[in-house]
Design a protein around this ligand. Structure first.
Ligand code: BGC
Length: 764
């Protein structure tokens, strides 16, 4: 479909630096004949809200959603038959900046995809007699920038002046003679129908009203979310109020945004997350249209009346994803941790998977690679991530390297291609295939994966001179060519005690060869397996052989005869989890890891990359009690430390609140929530034996203080339940399965069952 495109701000008025009011557009037209069906296809370079004769055309928010706009822009199609009539009609839209030219990413880049916002729409009306009326975005539309939304920015927030409202502007009777004309423009990328899930308003929360020590009035919604506040206020026209949104209170108990701001000699990053509102006379209700925030707390300034909790509602906004994983056990803090992981997913799954809903709001590839498995136990994310993967491929550099952030937020291209981040190109589709069993995602991404592998191969062959000269030339790694020792790599990232800025600086100068080589082997192995699934035998063979060589390179470089010597937990977990060593070597390293964890008082020592694997590794190698002690540990660093400090989402940093109560970094990063994959796959024991759970394994691993677990995963085959309890030393298991399932009981017994409910009891 060919869509005309409109520039909607008058030529010459666009000051790139200034924040801008939203644009209001309308088109009045006559319909002479009876209407059988009317369909509106619409999109914008920016974000829009559409109306037909005074009705909102959809309950979706932040349309057209977020894609790599340089290449791809989604369009939406709505049935508007019931809103139109024979006679005079109006279709209308408000267009704001959104991801297109609003602030995005850590550096709050603006005007990233363009400095002009645009609207494209076509209304197709079918009449009873078979004829058609077509209304497109042409010069007959009228626009104004003098509406109530005075400033709108994705990160900063919205400024609204209710005294400038234009009653009836989306209806036929409104006089638009003083609005200005619009003029045509072009969008150069490809228009694609909406591919993800609808973005809609979801849960609602009422606050507690706090008076903080500094004398401020702060609302506490008791759950950290992404969304906005709807409020009702009564006061004099012209009165200004302000709402600032933050995730936490500071060590003094006052509202703060410092944890997600950044200040150094070189860079300063401020975060506003603010709504400024000018009242009209009387009682009014408002919520923002084009900005949303990550928050639990809202600081009110200049409220004109007594602050009543019932006048405020926090509304969570995210993509409409079905929760498929439910987990509950006898340990209330573990249940809270599960809740937190679900909420970090909700808070970061708005059309794209983001790192956090505050500081950056960016589709960091490594974060979703780490969380993808847990995320697909928790919710049905097949379609959502399928869409995002298309952007990953569209944004992939000609040399095959994959961006750190998809869609781009204008971050330095020069450091694209980090190990484990770029590997999202393979890990994400592979995990989706494992979890949902659909080959389509592998087929769709195959070319992108192949290019990524070629990029890695090229990198591996570019060994820098300093490596060749290093050490004893006679003891050189015989697999030297399979080491990746160039490029920027984020590395393990955020191990306890690490500071982001410092690690970043170090990584700029010293490539993390261990992580890069490990992921190279992993990528080659997964690509071989995927090639096999897609019937590409020769490629499978080639990459399997390559992966074996890379593993040898890794083994030579980072182990002594297969044994790791390190002070870091990550160094043991990685080669075991990514299958880089022989079975016997893995056993030995797992034993060393176990000793190390015990010595570390069961505190976690891993960062983004190996946190998802540490508990699976410990349990799989028989260190069940160690794994349970680690999860139940409430000391810092540990998952339940965060819970004991009142977390309602997963923190970015193990040290999110220190001993003095000082908050650091984002409070809503799902990466460490990847531990829930262990809840499902080991504690409840629900795992796929064949892709998409076509065959199931249920192998619960009880331990620690847990006396019961109740878990359901709604797989594509149907719901799978694993429910166990321990009493008097007996283990009782009830399973409900949709297809043939192998049951492994803790005492070693194995049973095969078919569809239906089954019960087992055994001595522990
Ligand atoms: C983000 C991440 C991301 C990382 C890169 C951070 O600033 O919030 O979660 O993966 O940078 O290592």
């Amino acid at each position: 479909m060919k869509l005309n495109n409109l520039f909607i701000e008058p030529e010459g008025t666009i000051n790139k630096k200034a924040f801008k009011p939203a644009s209001y557009l309308r088109r009045a037209f006559e319909v002479e004949k009876a209407i059988k069906k009317a369909t509106l296809t619409i999109t914008a370079c920016g974000v829009y809200k559409g109306y037909a004769n005074g009705h909102a055309i959809s309950e979706e928010q932040f349309m057209p959603g977020c894609t790599f706009y340089t290449e791809r822009l989604q369009l939406q199609t709505y049935d508007v038959t019931s809103f139109l009539t024979q006679g005079t009609n109006v279709i209308a839209a408000i267009v704001g900046d959104g991801w297109w030219r609003g602030k995005t990413g850590a550096n709050s880049t603006r005007n990233l995809y363009g400095d002009k916002i645009k609207l494209m729409a076509v209304l197709e009306i079918e009449h009873n007699d078979g004829s058609q009326t077509v209304i497109t975005t042409d010069g007959r539309w009228k626009a104004t920038q003098n509406g109530p939304i005075r400033k709108n920015d994705w990160k900063d927030g919205e400024t609204y002046d209710a005294t400038m409202e234009m009653p009836g502007w989306t209806e036929p009777a409104f006089d638009d003679s003083r609005w200005h004309s619009v003029y045509p423009s072009i969008y150069h990328g490809t228009l694609v129908p909406s591919e993800g899930e609808r973005i809609i308003e979801q849960e609602r929360f009422k606050p507690k009203v706090l008076q903080t020590p500094d004398g401020s009035t702060v609302l506490d919604f008791e759950q950290n979310i992404f969304g906005y506040v709807e409020f009702t206020v009564t006061g004099p026209g012209g009165h200004h109020v302000k709402l600032r949104h933050g995730e936490t209170l500071d060590e003094e108990g006052n509202f703060t945004l410092k944890n997600v701001e950044f200040e150094s000699r070189f860079i300063e990053m401020r975060l506003l997350q603010e709504v400024e509102y000018t009242l009209k006379q009387g009682t009014q209700t408002y919520k923002p249209s084009f900005s949303a925030h990550g928050f639990r707390y809202v600081k009110l300034t200049n409220w004109p009346e007594a602050v009543q909790p019932e006048n405020f509602t926090a509304i969570a906004v995210y993509s409409e994803l079905k929760q498929t994983g439910f987990f509950e056990c006898s340990h209330s803090q573990i249940n809270q941790l599960f809740h937190n992981s679900i909420w970090s997913q909700k808070g970061n799954f708005l059309d794209i998977p983001t790192d956090c809903p505050t500081r950056e709001r960016a589709g960091w590839t490594g974060d979703i690679a780490a969380f993808c498995e847990a995320g697909s136990y928790q919710m049905d994310i097949y379609k959502f991530l399928g869409k995002w993967l298309k952007d990953l491929a569209a944004q992939q550099n000609p040399n095959g390297s994959v961006a750190n952030i998809v869609p781009s937020v204008g971050f330095w291209k020069i450091i694209d291609g980090s190990a484990a981040w770029g590997d999202a190109a393979i890990i994400v589709p592979y995990t989706l295939y494992e979890m949902y069993g659909k080959k389509e995602v592998l087929e769709a991404q195959y070319d992108s994966m192949r290019k990524w592998l070629q990029f890695l191969e090229n990198r591996a062959h570019k060994t820098p001179a300093r490596t060749l000269l290093k050490g004893n030339p006679f003891k050189r790694n015989p697999y030297q060519n399979q080491l990746i020792n160039i490029g920027y790599h984020w590395g393990e990232w955020l191990e306890p005690g690490h500071v982001m800025a410092k690690d970043f600086m170090r990584n700029l100068f010293v490539p993390d060869v261990e992580v890069a080589t490990a992921y190279y082997a992993h990528a080659a192995e997964l690509f071989a397996e995927i090639s096999e699934v897609l019937g590409n035998g020769p490629t499978a063979k080639r990459y399997r052989a390559l992966s074996e060589e890379i593993k040898e390179a890794y083994r030579h470089e980072f182990t002594e005869e297969g044994i790791v010597h390190s002070e870091r937990q990550a160094r043991y977990v990685r080669p075991i989890a990514l299958n880089l060593l022989s079975d016997e070597e893995k056993e030995k390293n797992a034993a060393l890891l176990n000793e190390m964890v015990i010595k570390n008082d069961y505190c976690i020592g891993t960062g983004f990359l190996t946190t998802p694997f540490i508990l699976p590794v410990l349990t799989d190698y028989g260190y069940v009690e160690t794994a349970y002690k680690m999860i139940e540990n409430t000391q810092r660093p540990g998952w339940l430390y965060n819970v004991s400090k009142g977390a309602t989402t997963i923190w970015e940093n193990w040290n999110g609140i220190d001993d003095d109560g000082k908050p650091t970094d984002s409070f809503n990063h799902y990466a460490f929530g990847a531990v829930t994959q262990w809840f499902f796959s080991r504690v409840a024991g629900i795992r796929p034996l064949a892709p998409g759970f076509e065959k199931i394994l249920i192998k619960p691993i009880p331990g620690g203080s847990l006396t019961w677990v109740n878990c359901t995963f709604e797989s594509v085959q149907g719901p799978i339940t694993s429910k166990w309890r321990i009493d008097n030393g007996n283990f009782h298991l009830t399973v409900d399965v949709p297809v043939s399932t192998e049951i492994h009981l803790p005492n070693g017994e194995i049973h095969t069952v078919e569809k239906g409910q089954h019960q087992f009891s055994s001595i522990m």
